[in-house]
Design a binder for this molecule. Sequence first.
Ligand SMILES: *Cc1c(COP(=O)(O)O)cnc(C)c1O
Length: 357
Amino acid sequence: MKKHNFYAGPSILPQYTIEKTLEGIQNFAETGLSVLEISHRSKEFVAVMEEAQRLFKELLDIPDGYSVLFLQGGASTQFAMVPYNLLNTKAAYLDTGAWSSKAIKEAKGFGETAVVASSKEQGYNYIPKDYQIPEDADYFHITTNNTIAGTEIKEDIDSPVPLVADMSSDIFSRPIDVSKYALIYGGAQKNLGPAGTTFVIIKDDILGKVNRHIPTMLNYQTHIDKGSMFNTPPVLAVFSALQTLKWLKNNGSVAAAQKRNIEKANLLYDEIDRNKLFKAAVPNPEDRSLMNITFVMNDDYKQHEQDFLDYAAQQGIVGIKGHRSVGGFRASTYNALPKESVEVLVKAMQDFEKRVS
Ligand SMILES: *Cc1c(COP(=O)(O)O)cnc(C)c1O
């Protein structure tokens, strides 16, 4: 049976990415070797890295003066690497979820960390809007899409200090104005490629302002200077991410992806709002994520939660169980998820409503 993959991460990839990755594993760039068994210094792999960086810049319209890096250690390593490289005296953070709070915890080890606002007391079900960014902060850190709670900052905000964003789960889901950011990072495994690489978009001139010693591998400058090839990069993850970038370009680039994402999300949110069994976990439509759609069963129907998961599984729907900290359901509707999968989920919700009532 056809599977409809709503996992939050690692998550659905374009079929194109899977097929091209398989080809590269078997016979990479007509070398007769696997991409897994060839030097990362070979001209064939150097071309992969360069093309991935070039397409990244093209698809996001990244201005001059920025570098694109493919590192390891996940977004979680960036939680420490950002303050290591940028925090001199004080950093500001917006606390919008579990991932933000992990980033805050790491920053505290490097200097004063001001949390300008938090939605924690309401289970992170909204995006705080009334806050002041301290003008003396070295940077302001946001998580644009809160993968667990299902909220999203869908616009590029203005910040009086360098803006740093964790975009692990919404990179390439909408056009962004990169010039408003000093640094953007994320794990690849939500909307870009397989797990194993972490992308970083960095404005070159924000570096060199802290006084501490930075270990070579944790210093962004090391990787900028060497074109993200200081040491062995995660070759398969980068190769595979490149295939997704090509797929995206062939499918109308980021603007077209955004249009599809809005359509998919509207379809599902409309059904959640209509169906008497369910309610959205995020009350304010403005704050609702287009990538991770969280919903719960209304109080009168709570006892049917497991039944619905089972029923959905019978329709080929996988990965909609909510994160353990939120409960209920979460449907991740990343770029690669076809609209058809959302339609199947909506139909399952409608059919289940008839069964129960
Ligand atoms: C998944 C996720 C992370 C953690 O990424 P790792 O690569 O597993 O470290 C961090 N931030 C956000 C917003 C995420 O969705």
